[in-house]
Design a protein around this ligand. Structure first.
Ligand code: CA
Length: 249
């Protein structure tokens, strides 16, 4: 049986930056059911001279095209390959156009394939799963500060205030062999929700607030409310969020 999904998405420049370098994508873009499932991507670009926007747009587009063009291999393998292809695309673009040198992007990708979900990511954009009354962050932030927290060298509270909390040690476009994390396949349950968000959201709104808003509003209203909240608190960065609600498995 085909699962029924409701989705919401929002992206906003925030209140400080002069450009929105985030991009999100939902594939197939028509929203129709595809044998390879549905794919959701959030990318948070970095780099001046429009580099950040180029990198995040190129990543989202390349991942959408690549994933749905593959016919061999598992969903998880294909998803990782799609991110690797995006890495190459960003590097090639930067070589062609030296003004874009040094551009890169974070990337989180979620595939909902029948009753299973697959998550791949690189960087510090996140995927959360809300299930059974709990919110769980599925992805690990690839930041130096988050790594210090994992090693017990810094508290979670101090990390949130750390001036270098956005410094990444992995991203797409910054090296020839991106190290992409693939989560173990998730058996979804009816009423599960997934939240994809960039650091412009997660630095401003904590996990429990995301949980509460996503549980109390339909996906699009939840996305709009999360963007509004991040902006009310300063909107120091671009804000992007995608919410996917699985009604029935
Ligand atoms: Ca950001």
């Amino acid at each position: 049986m085909i699962p029924t999904i409701i989705v919401g998405a929002a992206t906003d420049i925030g209140r400080v930056r002069s450009e929105n370098q985030d991009t999100y994508g939902m594939f197939p873009e028509t929203g129709e059911t595809h044998p390879r499932g549905r794919l959701f991507v959030v990318a948070d670009g970095m780099g001046g001279h429009r580099g950040g926007k180029n990198a995040s747009e190129l990543a989202v587009r390349t991942i959408g095209e690549t994933y749905f063009s593959m016919t061999n291999g598992s969903v998880g393998e294909n998803l990782v390959e799609a991110l690797e292809t995006a890495n190459d695309a960003i590097r090639h673009e930067a070589i062609k156009n030296p003004a874009l040198t040094g551009m890169g992007t974070t990337c989180v990708a979620l595939v909902m394939d029948g009753p299973r979900a697959h998550v791949a990511h690189i960087g510090d954009s996140r995927v959360y799963r809300i299930s059974g009354g709990e919110i769980i962050q599925l992805t690990q932030d690839h930041t130096v500060v988050a790594e210090m927290v994992r090693r017990g060298l810094l508290s979670k509270e101090d990390a949130m205030q750390h001036p270098e909390r956005s410094v990444l040690y992995r991203a797409l476009g910054t090296g020839t062999e991106p190290e992409i994390d693939l989560q173990p396949e998730i058996a979804m349950m009816a009423d599960d929700r997934f939240v994809l968000g960039c650091d412009g959201l997660t630095n401003m709104v904590d996990d429990e607030e995301i949980h509460e808003l996503v549980m109390t509003c339909p996906p699009q209203e939840a996305c709009d409310a999360l963007v509004r909240l991040a902006n009310e608190r300063g909107g120091y960065d671009n804000i992007t969020v995608v919410v996917v609600h699985l009604l029935a498995a």
